[in-house]
Design a protein around this ligand. Structure first.
Ligand code: MN
Length: 135
């Protein structure tokens, strides 16, 4: 058993990968044979990821607030605490907060052989984001 006290600093999400203010708390990092990466991601209202995909897919589990997510070509979906979403390997998608709500999710994935967690693309435009259904 290994207890890690809450001593790791919260970091801001890089502007290349996110729109708006997003804060990341590391939960688990790949180590030895484990490829698990888990991050608690805190989105402020209106904040969201850029379009991206994960080599081995990703599960997100909403713990707080109201969020939105979309796969390329699909509708924007509203997600709430207790909801979990699995994005298929290589499936282009984004996730974030609703326009007027915070949203926190636990993000879990397995990195690939080279340690890559994601491939990043363009930001989600305001026009596309604002096409979201009312939450
Ligand atoms: Mn993702």
């Amino acid at each position: 058993m290994q207890i890690t006290k809450n001593s790791i600093e919260t970091t801001a999400g890089p502007i290349e990968w996110f729109t708006g203010a997003v804060y990341l708390d590391a939960v688990a990092a790949p180590s030895g044979p484990s490829r698990l990466q888990a991050i608690s991601v805190h989105f402020t209202p209106g904040a969201r990821t850029a379009w991206h995909n994960h080599p081995n897919g990703q599960t997100i589990y909403v713990t707080e607030g109201t969020g939105l997510c979309q796969r390329r070509g699909g509708p924007i979906e509203v997600i709430n605490p207790g909801d979990r979403v699995f994005f298929e390997p290589g499936e282009d998608h984004w996730h974030g907060a609703a326009p007027d709500r915070f949203m926190t999710h636990l993000a879990m994935l397995d990195v690939d052989d080279e340690g890559n967690a994601a491939t990043w693309g363009e930001h989600v435009t305001d026009e596309d984001y604002n096409a979201a259904p009312a939450s």
